[in-house]
Design a binder for this molecule. Structure first.
Ligand SMILES: [Zn+2]
Length: 251
């Protein structure tokens, strides 16, 4: 008995090492058992009421950071999407709401490696704020229990360039007007202030994210109260189109 126990514990230890090495030991990373999965490949479970309740603003941010790291490394979690559709049909418990640009190169679920029911995703050119986006964030946090609001702009943003160039085009004109205050927030020493100056454009993008974060606080008493009570977090960041990396801001 002693020998077989030792054999078992040795084998179990080996399996554990393999699983830890493959990254499928955490609660959200069970091992994939589907045909075609290599041994120890991580498989993502869907968010549940209890897994959402167990998250904090800090752990929600850590998950977005980890997801982007997986995306950049080319090691996304394996997801059985039809199974995730079935598992989430009765309800949703996303842990974050992400506001990002319409840009086709910045799909939030993909670049943050999230699955069905994991995040609320609001996308609009220039990741600008309006009362509909604010209302959506209030729904996501106050009604649906999301723990984090992330505002993520991106490098070389066409909407930011449009605002810099004062583009006038149908309804786009009023959208770009929402970005204009970010131009003034960039120090006058940054020259030239044209869309050809990528450094200027990216500084306007960052200023735009920070202004949107400030506006979320100012224009939504509901979200402000939740932020003050640390029930939710608010973070800004920038997605780099050339590397796939999201740099989240410290403050
Ligand atoms: Zn953009």
């Amino acid at each position: 008995m002693k020998t077989s126990y030792h054999r078992f514990s040795w084998f179990a230890g080996l399996v554990a090492v393999v699983l830890v090495a493959a990254g499928c030991q955490s609660p959200r990373q069970a091992c994939c058992t589907m045909p075609g999965c290599a041994a120890g490949t991580a498989l993502s479970a869907v968010q549940t009421k209890s897994s959402q309740a167990a998250m904090t603003p800090q752990s929600a941010l850590a998950e977005l950071q980890a997801g982007n790291a997986r995306f950049v490394a080319g090691t996304p979690l394996h997801r059985n999407f039809p199974a995730q559709v079935q598992a989430t049909a009765g309800g949703q418990y996303p842990f974050a709401v992400v506001l990002s640009c319409l840009d086709s190169r910045q799909p939030s679920e993909i670049v943050l490696d999230q699955g069905i029911g994991d995040i609320f995703s609001a996308r609009v050119a220039g990741n600008v704020l309006d009362e509909d986006i604010l209302g959506s964030m209030e729904f996501a946090c106050k009604v649906s229990g999301a723990k984090l609001i992330a505002v993520i702009g991106h490098s070389n943003c066409g909407a930011i360039k449009g605002a810099v160039d004062d583009v006038q085009l149908g309804n786009l004109t009023s959208l770009l007007t929402k970005i204009k205050p970010a131009l003034d927030a960039v120090p006058a020493a940054v020259q030239p202030r044209t869309s050809k100056n990528y450094a200027f454009v990216d500084q306007v993008s960052e200023a735009n994210v920070r202004l949107v974060m400030k506006e979320i606080r100012e224009r939504s008493p509901i979200l402000r109260e939740m932020l003050d009570k640390n029930e939710i977090g608010l973070v800004g960041g920038m997605y780099d189109l050339s590397t796939g990396k999201v740099q989240f801001y410290d403050k």
